[in-house]
Structures are given as C-alpha cells and as structure tokens.
Design a protein around this ligand. Structure first.
Ligand code: T4K
Length: 376
C-alpha cells in the first residue's frame, strides 16, 4: 500500500465475489427480497450452528436488535451497562425510555466490572447489559450470579464477539439473549445486519414477531413491533462472508502477531492480550498508551498517525456518559467511572483485516515508533 493511500480502521472484509453475485442473481430470479426470505433463514441456521445456540433471529442492524431484545426481555426503569462501549448500547435503551446507569470497567479486560455493579442497583433496576468489548468475554459467571441474587435480567451486547468463546463455550448462549453486529466494519459483515441469539423458544418467537411489526399472521398483530427485518441481500453477503470466516480470523491473527512483533520494546505501548485458551476473532488491534512511560499522550500519537494517513481510532473515547444526552442528564456520572476515563484516554485502535497486509502493519508500527522518537 502506498503512503498516500488513506488507511482506515474498519475496512470491510469481502468474501468470494462470484459466490455473492450468484446468490444475488438467484435472489433476483426468486423475486423474494426481504421478509424472512430463504437466505435470511439459511443465515440464521448457520449462525445458530456456529454459536451452538437454539435460535438466531436476524435483524437489520445490531442497534435495532438491541432495542428489540431489551423490549422483549422487558427491561425498563434503570439498566446497568458499561460506559466504555459504542454509544449504540446506551442509545438502544434510552431510545425506549430506559435509563442507562453507567458502570465502571475492569482496567485489565476493558469489560464491565462486576464488583461495581452491585452498588448501582436500586429498586428501579431491572437488568444488566454486559458488552464483550473487543470480543473478550465479560465475567459472565459473576454478572449472572449478581442477577440471580437480585432478580435482574441479563443480556449481552456481543457486537464484537462473533466467533469468540468464554470458558470454552461460544459467546451467544449467555444471559437471556445476546446481540451480534454484522455491520460493514465487523470481520463478518452483512453490509448492515444484526442477530439476536437465545436458547429460549418463547423469547425467540416474541422477537421474531417484534421485528416484523408484531404480525403473527396476515392481518393479525399481537405485539407492538417495528421493522427490524434483515433483507435478503444482507443475508447473501453474510452467508458469503461466513464461508471465508476462518480465513478472516487467520488474517486478523497474522496481523495481530505482526503488530506484537513490531511494537515489542516500545516503552509505554502495550498491545491488549487475547487468551490463547479461548476462540478469538482478533478483529480489533488495540494498544494502550502510558504517557508516563513513553513521554507522549495517546492524542499526540493519534495526531502523528493521522498526519501520515493512518486513521487510527480512539474507540470508545470519551465514554457514553460524556456523550449526549447522557452528559446533560447525568452530569456527575464521572465520579463513579475512574477506570473508564483512564482506559478511554489511553486506547488506540489500529487498522487490520483483509485490506491490511504485513508490510502495512510494519509501516504502522514504525510510524508509532517515530511518533515516540520525533521531537515534540
Ligand atoms: N454495540 C457495539 C459494542 C458496537 O461496537 C456497535 C457498532 C453496535 C453496538 C451497533 O452495531 P450496528 O447497529 O452498527 O450493527 C463504527 C461502526 O459504524 C459501528 O458499527 C461499530 N460498532 C463501531 C465500533 O465502529 P464509527 O462511528 O467509527 O463508523 P465510521 O463511519 O467512522 O466507520 C469506521 C471506519 O470504517 C471508517 O473510517 C471507514 C471504514 N469503512 C466503513 C464503512 C461503513 C469502510 O472502509 N467502508 C465502509 O463501508 O462506528
């Protein structure tokens, strides 16, 4: 890749084009473009098999899937979630009148800290939404134990965690349900798409109805519903990408290992670790900057990279609690989120995926080294 070309985080992986185009041709011949078509059903069956869950319900994106899932499990009042997540996790709750209550994270894992959950529980709390940030699993055992003791519902935003495991079990079967994103930037994508997984047949049926306006049959509506359906062309892309899923993981892992080599020895720069005992998708290459050790702030390094056309990202700075409407509604949330603030000020997400080769990874690493060595 030339240094003039802009290098983004989140360039989509593209599977076998001929297979995709063949599926699209068949779809056009069938004249069945949406509304639970055969490609969506095939995609759902494949996701359920990969994740070893009974039910997978495909939706138009993960944000709408989170909204439908949280309504289906009857979350209301206050719900505890991390502030250190993409803002969609909080918006999905707030959008339907639920108050997101922001919980601090464990600085080692970047995931919601179960030790901080209990002190946020009030009589209005109805549930907990864990987020498997970067695909690294939440402490599901601790979260679900708190939930059981306090009579709360649990669901997971597993947008980052497709193909990842927790304690050897695929993420997808924890809590009441889990929500995956298949957005263009995810390592398996449907252009836009989301899937909710669950082992609860009644919940699955309820969500199927809710994603289709609540229609149970022609002219018969049994729930308040919305249009959350996945289109056939999205499922065509998803099915095609699933066929290359292992190849995408291998590329991500190869890039991750090359980053590890290239960043070794850089004081104050640490690459987050993925547990070799688990299945990982390696779709996020995440470094943490310790300014006291490397003499540069995270923002100085990001500015250097951007000046070199490497559009590294500061996910999930500044934390949901600092974004509207939460910033105005909960101006003192900061006080309970010291680790969130620290992590959000240190993280840089680097480019990876099929569009990034080893030479490019080495270039990004040497630009990071230059940013530490160049005069301020
Ligand atoms: N929960 C969590 C924990 C999530 O991370 C997300 C999404 C959701 C929920 C919601 O899932 P969805 O409703 O989207 O299914 C991006 C993605 O848009 C977002 O899906 C993702 N998380 C988040 C982590 O990253 P932004 O605001 O950074 O998007 P944007 O437009 O800056 O795109 C990122 C980069 O990707 C661009 O710099 C260029 C590149 N790109 C993007 C697209 C769409 C391409 O090269 N080609 C493309 O087609 O949020």
């Amino acid at each position: 890749m030339s240094t003039d070309e802009v290098l983004h985080v989140g360039r989509p992986n593209i599977g076998d084009r001929d297979a995709l185009l063949a599926r699209i041709n068949d779809m056009l011949d069938r004249r069945w473009l949406s509304n639970n078509g055969p490609l969506v059903q095939e995609f759902e069956a494949k996701i359920a098999a990969i994740l070893d869950v009974k039910y997978a319900i495909a939706m138009c994106n993960a944000t709408v899937a989170l909204e439908i899932a949280s309504r289906a499990i009857e979350l209301q009042g206050e719900v505890i979630l991390p502030s250190y997540t993409f803002v969609a996790t909080a918006h999905a709750l707030q959008w339907q009148g639920i108050t997101p209550v922001f919980c601090d994270v464990d600085p080692q894992t970047h995931n919601i800290d179960p030790a901080c959950i209990e002190r946020l529980i009030t009589p209005k709390t109805t549930g907990i939404v864990g987020v498997h940030v970067w695909g690294r699993p939440c402490d599901t055992a601790a979260i679900e134990q708190i939930a059981r003791q306090r009579g709360l519902k649990v669901m997971y935003d597993s947008s980052h965690a497709f193909g990842c495991s927790s304690g050897g079990k695929m993420i997808g079967g924890f809590g009441e349900c889990e929500v995956f994103s298949f957005h263009a930037t995810k390592f398996v994508n449907c252009f836009e798409g989301g899937v909710v997984t669950t082992n609860d047949s009644q919940l699955a049926e309820k969500m199927r109805l809710m994603r289709n306006f609540g229609f149970e049959a022609f002219d018969r509506v049994v729930y308040l519903g919305v249009n959350g359906k996945m289109s056939e062309i999205s499922a065509a892309m998803g099915l095609t990408n699933l066929e290359s899923m292992q190849q995408f993981v291998d590329i991500n892992r190869r890039n991750y290992l090359q980053y590890r080599k290239g960043l070794t020895g850089l004081r104050g720069i640490s690459l987050i670790h993925y547990d070799d005992a688990e299945r990982n998708n390696f779709q996020y290459v995440v470094i943490e900057v310790d300014p006291s050790l490397c003499g540069r702030t995270r923002d100085q390094i990001v500015a250097h990279l951007h000046s070199r056309n490497i559009i590294a990202r500061k996910y999930f700075w500044p934390g949901c609690h600092k974004m509207e409407p939460y910033r105005s509604l909960q101006p003192n949330a900061d006080l309970l989120l010291p680790e969130t603030i620290r992590v959000a000020e240190r993280v840089i997400v680097l480019p990876t995926g099929q569009a990034v080769d080893l030479v490019t990874v080495s270039r990004v690493c040497s630009e990071i080294r230059d940013s530490l060595e160049s005069p301020l």
